[in-house]
Design a binder for this molecule. Structure first.
Ligand SMILES: [Zn+2]
Length: 103
């Protein structure tokens, strides 16, 4: 089970986007990276005819390494590490290591 999943709010911990927060759009498990909405934007020039899109400059969200991301706890609002615990009904739940709340 991955610590970060789709629709999580995360904060970038390293690199030029450090400190930025965004929602996880997609987790690329085979590459250990995640695409974060509106974070790590790269402008890309597109020539006419190469794709169905119009020619010009498009914004691309470049995937960020999962190791450089921290989950933002929805309970305490801080970037945190997460742990897992087994609930009484046997399911695995994620919890915040800062405030111990399930997240
Ligand atoms: Zn918390």
């Amino acid at each position: 089970m991955f610590k970060i999943k789709r629709d999580d709010l995360v904060e970038v911990q390293k690199g030029r986007e450090r400190g930025k927060r965004g929602k996880v759009r997609q987790v690329l498990t085979d590459r250990d990276r995640a695409v974060i909405a509106d974070v790590n934007i790269m402008k890309k020039h597109v020539k006419p005819g190469t794709r169905a899109r119009q020619a010009g400059i498009i914004d691309i969200e470049v995937p960020i390494r999962l190791a450089n991301l921290a989950l933002v706890c929805d309970k305490c609002g801080k970037p945190t590490r997460v742990g897992f615990r087994i609930l009484d009904d046997g399911t695995r739940a994620r919890f915040c290591k800062k405030c111990s709340e399930l997240t």
